[in-house]
Design a protein around this ligand. Structure first.
Ligand code: ADP
Length: 262
């Protein structure tokens, strides 16, 4: 039953996804075709005014369509993960410059690192792009400024809590990313993990950020959840599994550790 349910949900997501893309892509093609039609008509009647402008518009529209297919390809390819033992505190510290620049002058960046944080087992690139994506979302949610707080801690998820949260029991490192932005309504919150779901204008949002983070958490055998209140802010919690001692040794020795296939 669960397998069927999962399959049905997947099909629904694919349906929404292809419908949305077909629509966007069609709009872009309409821009290209429309622009070229106008240019053809002008040239046929010997008028050269504005021809350059319409050609530019057509070319821009074509470029947007090309970007969309690029993103689609990247999404469907879903680079395979290369999980290694990572020190999240160090990784976040190393991203301070990049995160501050992303957030802009009006948003303060605040860290709260736990001491003796366990190493996690995760793909470094994916973790970095996750944090960057969350910072971009936070910036967009705080147009009038605010604070982004990144906190880390060790958590031991008990069997019972794990069942409630849909995660596995075990030892995790929790990375909490909290903003003081506009927050989300319950309806919005329900859809944010859907691929290509965005409330941002075309060219600004892809709607892939959170769905990729969801995929990353699942593939890492971790967990992600979001808590949000309209007008108050949003907190994303990312649970990544603790790396075991052998993984740490291997990582120190420079050998990447591959997750066992399940
Ligand atoms: P994108 O950012 O490209 O729209 P995401 O999947 O990252 O794609 O986010 C989907 C939607 O979720 C956003 O368009 C926005 O409406 C909402 N959202 C995401 N993060 C936040 C946040 N920190 N605060 C408020 N809304 C958010």
């Amino acid at each position: 039953v669960e397998e069927h349910l999962r399959q049905a949900q997947k099909m629904e997501a694919v349906g929404q996804l292809t419908g949305g893309i077909a629509h966007d892509f069609n709009n872009m093609l309409t821009g290209v075709i429309g622009g070229l039609d106008i240019v053809r008509a002008r040239l046929a009647s010997g008028r050269h005014d504005d021809v350059q402008r319409f050609l530019d518009a057509a070319s821009q529209s074509a470029q947007r369509a090309a970007n969309l297919t690029q993103r689609l390809l990247a999404f469907s390819r879903r680079q395979s993960l290369n999980p290694v033992a990572l020190d999240i505190n160090g990784l976040v510290r190393g991203m301070r410059e990049l995160l501050s620049r992303t957030l802009g002058e009006n948003v303060a960046l605040d860290f709260a690192f736990a001491d003796a944080l366990w190493p996690v087992r995760a793909d470094e690139n994916q973790l970095e792009s996750t944090l960057l994506n969350l910072a971009i979302n936070a910036r967009d949610a705080m147009p009038g400024g605010g604070t982004l707080r990144i906190a880390t801690c060790n958590v031991d998820v008990a069997e019972r809590d794990a069942r409630l949260a849909g995660a596995r029991a075990g030892e995790y490192v929790l990375v909490e990313v909290a903003d003081t932005g506009v927050g989300m309504s319950a309806e919005l919150l329900e859809r944010v993990f859907e691929p290509f779901f965005t409330t941002k204008p075309i060219g600004q949002g892809t709607g892939l950020g959170l769905s990729m983070i969801y995929g990353f958490a699942k593939q890492s055998e971790g967990h992600v959840d979001i808590e949000s209140r309209e007008g108050e802010g949003t907190t994303i919690r990312l649970f990544l599994p603790r790396a075991d001692a052998t993984a740490v040794e291997a990582a120190v020795a420079g050998a990447p550790v591959h997750a066992a296939a399940d």
